[in-house]
Design a binder for this molecule. Structure first.
Ligand SMILES: [Ca+2]
Length: 413
């Protein structure tokens, strides 16, 4: 899964605080693996031959790799797993800060005609387009100025995700060969995400849009291309206009937390009759489509806020496979549009995040007890949470899948 790789590392380096965009379309599987012990120049020679075999022209390869040298720091960034995970409330504090909200309102007002028009054409709420723009690049302020070809070549030469980087590098070369962007424009994050939208090359190729029709898909400086590319990707991921991505809800006493992973989807009317109520001034029924199918998530466990998530939340997750990210886009968008966005129920801010060692201890304990959380790698992903829920059910405690110190103490006995 994508979430098992870079997003964790990126929390630590986040110049622009957001998890960069790793939501990608299916990437072609690399056909030829490269040897770890080749020098960069030997690797490049071999790679150029492979790229040529896929149809990339020699003159494009010459232009692409002129003066390209390996970028050593990408390997540290890639391997940087933080000692302490952040609580989602810390992430949201920065992702949905007053500064980002106010900048979002200013930027939306400044570009309202264009964003509204593109929103109508693609069927995406203007505030969702604006919020993604705000999270991906702080509204274009932080796009990264790494040379995309150089960082991708470095990651394709060595490291943990060579095949992924290699397919992105072929994508970047295809961008040049298709003349969608000039060589000097290909800049972005250390991991290959580019421009205002932080698209990786394969996403750019599959969903980038030349909105103004000048022949370029300019996600670095043309805001029409930027907004249309974002809206096009969301629309292709199943985004539907008029429905919210998520709303905060209060769960009834005795709620079965085993289904609080968002996977059980029911019509809103059924949740309402089961006692789920809205936290804002709008009651659940009468303000939303009663047949809208939603699922429940509790990102910080049973002692934190609960949200009902809808298909538009899933579409945002295609952009970046992180619940925190999708929630941030939702709340930031609601605030930009003056449609709420304040979380009413308190986050468990006194919970200390588990250290890397403690996260591994938890996974090891779940493994030892036969709950199969997957690899003991300190990354609390879907597998660990599923295993934790199963163990919690055997203990008769809320099966919220939330990895807290309390739960660790209990499982260690
Ligand atoms: Ca264009």
């Amino acid at each position: 899964m994508l979430s098992r790789f870079l997003p964790i590392a990126c929390l630590a380096i986040s110049a622009h605080l957001v998890l960069p965009n790793f939501a990608i379309s299916q990437t072609p599987k690399a056909r030829i693996t490269t040897a770890e012990n080749l020098s960069f120049d030997e690797w490049l020679k071999r790679f150029r031959a492979e790229a040529a075999a896929t149809g990339i022209r020699e003159d494009i390869l010459d232009i692409a790799f002129a003066n390209v040298r390996p970028v050593e720091r990408v390997y540290q960034l890639q391997d940087n797993q933080p000692e302490f995970a952040r609580g989602i409330w810390d992430y949201l504090d920065s992702a949905v800060s007053d500064v980002r909200v106010n900048n979002g309102k200013t930027q939306y007002a400044r570009n309202k005609t264009l964003i509204d028009k593109i929103g109508r054409e693609y069927g995406v709420a203007p505030e969702t387009i604006t919020a993604i723009w705000g999270l991906e690049s702080a509204y274009g302020a932080v796009m990264g100025d790494n040379d995309t070809i150089a960082v991708l070549a470095s990651l394709a030469h060595k490291g943990r995700r060579k095949d992924f980087a290699r397919s992105q590098l072929i994508g970047a070369l295809t961008i040049l060969q298709n003349n969608y962007a000039p060589r000097e424009a290909l800049k972005g994050s250390w991991a290959g995400a580019m421009g205002h939208t932080q698209f990786i090359p394969t996403t750019y190729l599959s969903h980038g849009v030349d909105y103004d029709g000048d022949g370029k898909r300019d996600i670095w400086s043309n805001l029409g291309d930027v907004f249309a590319s974002t809206a096009n990707y969301l629309s292709a991921s199943g985004y539907k206009p008029r429905n919210p991505p998520a709303i905060e809800v209060i769960l009834p006493e005795g709620f079965n937390y085993a289904i609080s992973d968002g996977s059980v989807r029911k019509p809103l009317v059924e949740w309402a009759s089961a006692g789920v109520i809205s936290t804002n001034a709008k009651p659940l029924l009468g303000n939303y489509d009663p047949n809208l199918r939603g699922g429940i998530i509790v990102p910080a466990g049973a002692n934190g806020p609960a949200f009902m998530v809808f298909s538009n939340f899933d579409a945002i997750l295609q952009y970046n496979r992180s619940t925190s990210y999708a929630l941030a886009v939702t709340l930031l968008g609601q605030k930009i549009a003056n449609k709420g966005g304040d979380v009413v129920q308190p986050w468990p801010r006194t919970d200390k995040p588990l250290s890397l060692t403690q996260r591994k201890q938890l996974q090891q304990a779940l493994t030892d007890k036969g709950f199969n959380p997957g690899p003991v790698d300190g990354i609390i992903g879907a597998g660990t949470k599923r295993a934790l829920r199963k163990w919690q059910q055997t203990q008769g405690i809320p099966a919220d899948g939330y990895a807290s110190l309390r739960v660790l103490m209990r499982i260690l006995g």
